[in-house]
Design a protein around this ligand. Sequence first.
Ligand code: NAD
Ligand code: ZN
Length: 273
Amino acid sequence: MANEAEILRAADIVAGAKNLVAFSGAGVSAESGIPTFRDPGGIWDRFDPDEVGTTGGIFSAAAKKPEVIREFLSETVETFEKAQPNPGHFVLADLERMNILRSVITQNIDDLHFQAGNTRIFEVHGNLYRQRCLACDKKTKLTKEAYLSQARSVLIDSKEFELIHLLSLMPLCECGSSMRPDVVMFGEAVQAVPESIQEASTCDVMLILGTSGVVYPAASLPRYARGVGARIIDINPREHPFADISDVVITEKTGVALPRILEQVKKIKPPSK
Ligand code: NAD
Ligand code: ZN
């Protein structure tokens, strides 16, 4: 079987970990149907990051060319409505339940690690379903269904779309101000940085899962882990941006490689009943 030796080495390292931390990127959700940013056919092949990658860009484009923004947001709503955790996400939840995985640091905003069952998650780029007040900073998390059904009614089911419809998607905070999705757009401050650096600097094994490693400061986290001597396993079907600091690289999709690793880990360290 492809990558057999690498899978066995990775399983050995994972089974022996005392503080395993996973660091995930868009690739981990690719098998859930959410396109990555930089793979061919991804979002940036079709939409201009200056228009849809910043809050100001979205509002100004919604005023000038609402159809482009409607298309981008409608596609996003339809993609996220369909997305469910895939086998890669479920393996991380199993590893947490087996007391092997301590935490997940993710660059994803899609909530799929929570939906799979992980509980200790640091979301450096925020969460699409959490709303943040523009005035008082209060945060509220909505259910995926509540949030997306409202977005669907405005973006997909209504006949027209203008800037005002986009504004109607921003709920009111109890302080009276508007709330926006708590996701990190280009140029905005990354979240949970001290906690993520703390996790990376105190782990003994880090799984790097489906990230191109070009978005900073998140991409520096594996180097914190390496700096304290952690062993690094990088799983990615196309590229290995952390090859220079990795003990094992596995050229495979995470939804395929992680279940194979878990199967081997269970042989080395059977889960307690
Ligand atoms: P990226 O798009 O830059 O890179 C994706 C990486 O995933 C690539 O290296 C690719 O080879 C790899 N990949 C593709 N399919 C895979 C699979 N099945 N299994 C494993 N790996 C696979 O993504 P990034 O490094 O996370 O950086 C992009 C930024 O975009 C992130 O910071 C994130 O905030 C945001 N983003 C989030 C989502 C999401 O929430 N699901 C989706 C797209 C982008
Ligand atoms: Zn408020």
